[in-house]
Design a protein around this ligand. Structure first.
Ligand SMILES: [Fe+2]
Ligand SMILES: [Fe+2]
Length: 132
């Protein structure tokens, strides 16, 4: 248990689309699972594998969102896609640092959480609002 404060899913996180909400819920559950599963006895290799799982899921999720934006010809598509690329780039960099013992897992979890709380609530919601 790392003990970052992981919020429980709340309706205020909803973007108003079931498919995307389910993906966001799952993303949050992966962060929670990572936070709960790791303690000082956990091997760094295993932690790295869990981080890889989160990274793969984030890629999948971004692909889903971008396909939906393409489908609805969202005006903010390019900007949003760029934000996704920046998040993936940053988390990849942090995972590499973790592998080299240069980053604390607690900081990575903090980063994933702030991504969830800011990107999801602000940027993802903006797209779904535009569909109304
Ligand atoms: Fe999202
Ligand atoms: Fe997004």
């Amino acid at each position: 248990m790392i003990n970052n404060h992981i919020p429980k899913w709340d309706d205020s996180f909803s973007v108003g689309n079931d498919r995307i909400d389910h993906q966001h819920q799952y993303f949050l559950s992966l962060i929670e699972y990572l936070d709960e599963s790791v303690d000082s006895n956990t091997s760094p290799a295993f932690v790295k594998h869990m981080l890889d799982e989160i990274l793969l899921y984030a890629r999948f999720h971004f692909c889903s969102e971008e396909n939906m934006m393409e489908q609805y010809e969202y005006a903010g598509y390019n900007r949003h896609k760029k934000l996704h690329e920046q998040l993936l780039h940053e988390v990849t960099r942090k995972i590499i640092h973790f592998s080299m013992n240069k980053a604390e897992l607690a900081d990575i979890i903090e980063f994933l959480l702030s991504w969830f709380l800011t990107h999801t609530i602000n940027e993802d919601k903006m797209f779904h609002e535009s569909l109304k």
